[in-house]
Structures are given as structure tokens and as C-alpha cells.
Write a protein of this length. Sequence first.
Length: 367
Amino acid sequence: MNNILICNALPTYENCNISLDILKNDSNKVLKAIESKSVENNYILIGEKDKNIIPKLQEELSNFSNLNIKIVTSNDNFHFVYTNESAALKAINNENPIPRNKENNNILFSIEELCNYEEKRVFITGKVIESKSYSFNRKTTGKEILDKIKVKGKFKSMYLGFPMGIFITEKNLENEITLTTDKIEVFNDTDCMLAKLKIIAENYEKETCGRCVFGFEGVTQISMILSDILNKKGKIGDLEKLKKLSLQMKSHTLCDVDSILASSLLNALDLFYDEINNHITKKVCEAMECNKFVTFHILASKCTGCGECIDSCKDEAIIGKNKFVHVIVEDDCTQCGKCLNSCEEGAIVKAGATKPKCPTKPIPCKK
Ligand code: SF4
Ligand code: SF4
């Protein structure tokens, strides 16, 4: 039998304190669950930022005189890595949580696993009316999740975060899944999946420890290729390169952190291939989210010539004077999008292939 048990209470996502909330609100149940495993040396891992809960935990611990348990605080700049046993073992010895391998000797448990909760709590955010925690059966489907939440606009997909790393769309809504993530992000038809993939990759970039070449280099390469495509520098063959890289990462990384990104990428390329590829081949972002693929315009019918937008444009691409319809000079505009929310009249819009008819020079306002 193992003589070590580690209970991981570090959040996998900042602001999604599923495990920590249980530890705070039901510490007695957690400690009983640990006691029931009858292991010699027990550890509770919490993040540095959360050490204010230690006094309350110590107080509760006084009711468990036979339990040998240590509360260890660890570097909470990382989150995903604490689901890896070799990294958690380092953390309890106050070493950097750098994984050695993917081995699982049944030493490490999440709080929900320890307490045998039948339901999984998960924080749902993104294009939903209300971002909050929901509970679902561990075995569920995308459809059951969708039935419980209210999506803003037309549902496009949802990303079930680490350690699941999968996308669900209308195509696979009915597939059974085992819910293990603490966070789901919902997207609607105003979300570009290429842009979202880049944000997801950036998050994994922050989580990677840099120890294995395929992990660190792989994540860096993925992020660079996605950036190029977003900046209209995508090349034919980039998506095939991403696929090859992801397959190599999946089999060569030392822990799951970077290989889950690789799986997410393969999944996204499968579900959103045309949408992503259109950025390369047609130079089009269907969702009109990627600024480099849209143009910005000021509608003459709405502009009051107040001039409020001028300061928002550091590139001096907006011209006009008081009570004259302002104009964005396309050649000077770097498509940064900063002006978009500066107009209270809603006169500044972005456009894809079909552009609105706008004056090319400031003209007197009709409004
Ligand atoms: S675009 Fe909006 S902010 Fe700019 S001048 Fe016209 S009304 Fe004012
Ligand atoms: S998108 Fe950026 S560069 Fe273009 S007009 Fe607006 S603020 Fe200026």
C-alpha cells in the first residue's frame, strides 16, 4: 500500500476555486475522507495565495488526532501541473513542481475524487448569461450541459478545459463524456475559433514548465504559427504542420500539460478546419473577430461629429472636425480595434467582405 497521500486543493484555473471552496466549506468531510484511506503520511497542497485558510484547517485538524497530515503551500503561478503525481511529490518536498513522468501510483487525489462526489462542479463562463458554478453528473453529455445554461446568442461550441481539453459543438453534443475539468468556456457565432485557440494556447504556454523539449518547444511553435495566421501571415501547409507537431507532442511530452494542448489542437482542427483555413486561403474571418481580417468604418447615418473617437486612435487614422462625419482612412488604419468602443453613438463598425458605404472625406453631419 502507498504510504503517501496527496490531496490537491490548488485551483486548475484562477478564479475557479472548485476544490478550495470544498476545503473551505466542508473541511471536516475532506479530512474524514483522507482519514478513511488509512495512509501513513498525508498532505494537503494549497496555493501560496490561499494560505489564509490554514488556521481554520488547523483548528479542524485538532479533531483528527490520529491523522498524520501536513498542509503544504506551493507555487501557484502554475496550476495544471499539480495534477501530475511526480510534480505533486516535488511540491510536498518544497521543490519546484516539475514533472518527471506520467506515472500514476494512486497517490494524488483531487478533493472531489477523495470525497467521492457523484456530481462534478464546474465553472462555466464565456457567452453565457451568467458565469457561475454548475453541478453535473460525472458522466454527462454536451447536450445536458447546454440544457442547464443560458447561452448568449447562437451556440457555436464549448471548450472543456484541462485535463479534458476537448471542444463540443452541435456535431458531438450527444457523445457521453466524463467530466473532470473545473472550467468550461462557451462560444457563440461572434467567436472565432482560431482566436480562441490562440488564447487557449497562451494559457498552456504559461503553464508549461519548460523541462521537456517537445512540450516547451511544441507549445511555443504552436503559439507562433497561430499568431502568424492571426496576423494574416498564415501559409498553405501551416495546419498540416500544426497537426504533425501535435501528434509528436502527444507521444513525447513528460506530462499531460502540453499533450492536452496538442489534443485540443487536433480536436479543433477536426471540428473547425474550414473556419481556421479560411484565414489562410481566403483571408477571411467568418466571425469577424480577428481584427487583421476586418476593416473599420464610421457610419455617416450615426456619426454626430463629436470627435470623441479621435483620441482613441493612436495611429491618427481618424479624421474629421466638429459636426462633420468623421472618417477612418483605411491606409492609415492598423486595424487595432481600439476605436470601436469609443463611440457612444455606435457609429464605428467593423466589416468583413461586405463593406458599408461611407464618405471618403469628412462631410457635414445630418444628425
Ligand atoms: S464616430 Fe462617434 S465618436 Fe467619432 S465623431 Fe462620430 S459620433 Fe463622435
Ligand atoms: S482600428 Fe485602430 S488604427 Fe484603425 S481607426 Fe480604429 S483605433 Fe485607429
